[in-house]
Design a protein around this ligand. Structure first.
Ligand code: HEC
Ligand code: HEC
Length: 333
């Protein structure tokens, strides 16, 4: 009787597992504890060859007009795919208008760039390729270049059944980007074992998730962003129009997509223009309550934090670092 039950139990597990395997979606992605299953477009399901090709292209300097830059020049894995600069530097030493975004968990972003104007990873790839301050070229030229490379042609045929062309270039890089998933920080482990936080980290977390600071009203959920567009009061007058660049509307002036805070300890400098060097400056900013831009969110207001509370908040933010992710070989050539 007992062993009969055991058999049924085992076969149930087996049925569940084989169902998941059939879906095939998650063979290359480990969905972290508490995260939703991410969506993957039907025309670009993940395969080993697609991810491999995407990674090769992500690191290939052939992608820029003068072959001096790759995606990885501005998105370095050890810095959670940022570049450590206030504003990125592109081709011929030209400045890019913004601070490089982290690509941490980018598979979950419903739209891309600070103004949210680009709906898919596949489409986003055209932006750096064409930007005069970034790769300054066009995708047809890149396809031509890649068709002189036997390793790339062979892999492209295996991955998508066609030689490298704009379809393949955009899809392969997007496939690689979808594997950039991070959910193994001290904070994640703390969710399963509450003894892991020091008293300071714990106090920092209660401040972060409190109505007193409102941090988690915007930096919410396991991704630490609600993906809304907000003004967090950096300036009275911004050089960058933010979401207004896309919509042309005054109500969107200086609104930026709320960024994730995962791996925040390694993605300095901060904000769309890299104007804060460290987390201390970020906390001082929020503590003052913002400069008072006419679109500033009501959630940003003076906090009256003590020195000790500021330290605790910073310690909490440091628990969002996923060191295994930052050194993971699968993101490197
Ligand atoms: C010269 C530096 C530079 C290069 C090269 C570059 N990027 Fe970026 N990337 C940036 C900057 C700066 C931003 C932020 C732009 C913004 O917010 O408007 C960004 C944003 C992004 C985003 C949006 C992330 C989000 O959450 O909205 C993705 C995805 C991305 N880059 C992928 C790539 C890929 C793929 C390549 C290569 C094809 C690449 N980048 C090349 C600097 C660069
Ligand atoms: C009203 C929504 C809102 C609230 C409340 C808020 N933030 Fe932000 N946060 C933002 C936005 C929007 C940005 C990006 C602004 C920009 O790029 O100029 C941001 C940026 C940041 C950054 C820099 C991220 C990066 O990658 O550059 C950190 C760190 C941060 N916030 C921490 C906090 C903390 C800590 C609190 C609470 C004290 C908080 N935020 C409260 C909306 C908010």
């Amino acid at each position: 009787m007992k062993s009969g039950f055991y058999l049924i139990f085992c076969s149930l597990i087996f049925v569940c597992c084989s169902k998941d395997e059939k879906a095939g979606l998650y063979d290359f992605i480990q969905v972290p504890f508490g995260f939703d299953k991410p969506k993957i477009p039907a025309d670009n399901e993940l395969t080993e060859d697609r991810i491999k090709l995407g990674k090769l292209l992500f690191y290939d300097k052939l992608m820029s007009r003068d072959t001096s830059l790759s995606c990885a020049s501005c998105h370095k894995p050890e810095l959670a795919f940022t570049d450590g600069l206030p504003k990125s530097v592109g081709i011929d030493g030209k400045f890019v208008m913004r601070n490089a975004s982290t690509l941490t968990n980018v598979i979950y972003n419903p739209y891309l760039l600070s103004e949210g104007g680009v709906p898919t990873l596949e489409q986003q790839i055209l932006v750096p390729i064409m930007e005069h301050n970034e790769f300054d070229t066009n995708i047809l030229i890149l396809a031509e270049r890649l068709n002189n490379r036997k390793d790339i042609i062979d892999l492209s045929l295996k991955a998508y059944g066609r030689p490298p062309d704009p379809y393949v270039i955009t899809r392969a890089i997007a496939a690689f980007e979808r594997t950039i998933i991070s959910g193994n920080s001290l904070f994640d482990n703390y969710l399963r074992n509450s003894e892991l936080f020091s008293p300071k980290q714990y106090l920092g977390s209660t401040l972060f998730f409190s109505e007193r600071t409102n941090c988690s009203s915007c930096h919410s959920g396991v991704l630490f962003t609600n993906f809304h567009f907000e003004n967090n009061g950096l300036y009275v007058n911004y050089d960058d129009e933010g979401r207004k660049r896309l919509t042309g509307k005054d109500k969107d002036e200086a609104l930026f997509k709320v960024p994730t805070l995962r791996n925040i300890s390694v993605t300095a400098p901060y904000m769309h223009d890299g104007s804060f060097q460290n987390l201390r400056q970020v906390i001082e900013h929020y503590n003052k309550g913002g400069a008072g831009h006419h679109n500033q969110s009501k959630l940003v207001k003076p906090l009256h934090l003590t020195e000790y509370e500021k330290e605790c908040l910073i310690e909490f933010l440091n628990t969002l670092t996923d060191t295994e992710f930052l050194s993971d070989k699968k993101y490197r050539l």
